[in-house]
Design a protein around this ligand. Structure first.
Ligand SMILES: [Cu+2]
Length: 225
């Protein structure tokens, strides 16, 4: 059996990319993100980006069913999909689905997310929040809410073996409305952070390192072959 050096190298790089927590947290593939900065993805409400309808890639979001597609680099995480008519993305967030726990790496898509039908004809922001082993992470999309529903685009797909189930997530259900609330020293934010660390220790009980070991074992087999 022969394996070219380049394919072995490619496998090794792929394995590294998959297990490195700092490689990326998550990608918002659809609707198009207003911006992604890996190192600032934990900055609410939009991962450090400011919504600007004049320059953002603004797409239609169908109120009776529209896809939201992401890629998770975390083997397990919990998601909140939310939306607001506040064009600054700071207030009045509506949760579009209960919190969802994703297990398995890679592409994940909710094909038929709905928003209140009365929103049709208005601009707004879709917010995607991931409660991950390395914190709460954010991205946003700038959209025009329109009537009807959408056939899920090709980019809406689920990685083999990935599963998603509704769950309860205190960190997501008590998300501060604004960045300022996070920074304040009020009793409320203290309660939020203690909840967050509980959620964090629960999450880290998942065999993150076990998944990494399996990937590495596969890599070693390739090197020895
Ligand atoms: Cu991460």
């Amino acid at each position: 059996m022969s394996l070219s050096l380049s394919s072995v190298t490619a496998v090794a790089f792929l394995a590294l990319a998959m297990i490195s927590p700092s490689a990326a947290h998550f990608l918002l593939n659809y609707p198009p993100t207003i911006g992604f900065d890996d190192s600032l993805e934990s900055t609410p409400p939009c991962g450090s980006f400011t919504v600007m309808f004049s320059t953002d890639n603004v797409t239609d979001f169908h109120v009776t069913g529209n896809a939201i597609a992401v890629t998770s680099i975390h083997p397990q995480a919990t998601w909140l999909f939310r939306a607001t008519l506040d064009l600054n993305a700071t207030t009045n967030w509506t949760s579009l689905l209960p919190a969802i726990q994703q297990t398995g790496l890679g592409d994940y898509c909710e094909p038929e997310v709905t928003v209140p039908s009365s929103w049709a004809g208005q601009k707004g922001v879709i917010g995607v929040v991931q409660d991950s082993p390395d914190g709460i992470l954010f991205q946003c999309a700038a959209v025009n809410f329109v009537v009807g529903n959408q056939a899920p685009p090709d980019i809406c797909k689920n990685a083999t073996g990935l599963s998603a189930t509704y769950t309860a997530d205190m960190a997501l259900s008590t998300l501060p409305a604004t960045p300022a609330a996070t920074a304040s020293g009020s009793g409320t934010s203290t309660a939020v952070s203690s909840t967050k660390s509980e959620a964090f220790s629960l999450k880290t009980a998942y065999p993150y390192s076990l998944v990494s070991s399996v990937v590495w074992a596969g890599t070693v087999v390739f090197f020895l072959a």
